[in-house]
Structures are given as C-alpha cells and as structure tokens.
Design a protein. Sequence first.
Length: 139
Amino acid sequence: MPIGSTAGDGLDSRGRVFYPGGLTFHHAASGKTITLKPTYIRVTPMPGYSAGVAVNGVPLTDEPMIADTTPAETLAGARPCLTGWRLEKVPFRITAEASRMFAQVTGDEGPRVGSLLGTLTPNSDYIPGRTSSTGFPGF
C-alpha cells in the first residue's frame, strides 16, 4: 500500500494521522471496484483505520471506520528507537460497518467481522522544537 505522511504531518484535531495512499479492491462477481482513499489512521479515542470510499470511481461515503484495533494491541508492539518510537505490526481487523457496506455494494457476503485486514508498522520520529499545526509533536 503506497502510504506515507508528508513532512510536518501530525495528529489532527480529530486524533488522526493522514496518509495519501489507499487500497483498491475489485469484486469479480459484481464487476465493482471499491477504493478506500484517502486514508486516516486514528490514534484517539480508539485506534483504527478509516477512509473515504468510492465505488467504480463514484464517492460513496466520507470516512467510515474500515478496521480497528485495541489500545493494548497497539502498545504491545511499541518499541523506543533513537529518534522516537516504532509500533511493530499493529493488527487492524474488519469492522461490522465495513462488512455491511461491502455486502450492500456488491450484493455478496461481506468479509467476516474481526478478520484481519492487515498490519501497520509505523515509525514516529520526534524532532525537538518542531510541532504540527495542532501543537502535537510532528511525525
């Protein structure tokens, strides 16, 4: 997945980090293409993966929660590094909302709620004296 924050990005006022990449799925049986873009990794209040959704290039909804994780799973992989911290393979699992949306769009069964969408291994580099527009340290 071609994601990566731009210079100076940090947590926004809604507790999210923006990534310009996304995912595209093609459902062969229905002939529909589902695109998840743009992508936000929510840090607070509950960790998760949300994204704008388009079907065959037509926007469907702004930002449903596609997958989530727990604070315990997120912190389990936390490791300090020389410039900040790293989270190792944070699991993101399909939400009921995403499963229902997929089923409605394709007319097929949605992915199993709680099944693994993927993992994320982010690095957060702290630069002393530098903050994002929200006042939180830049990532």
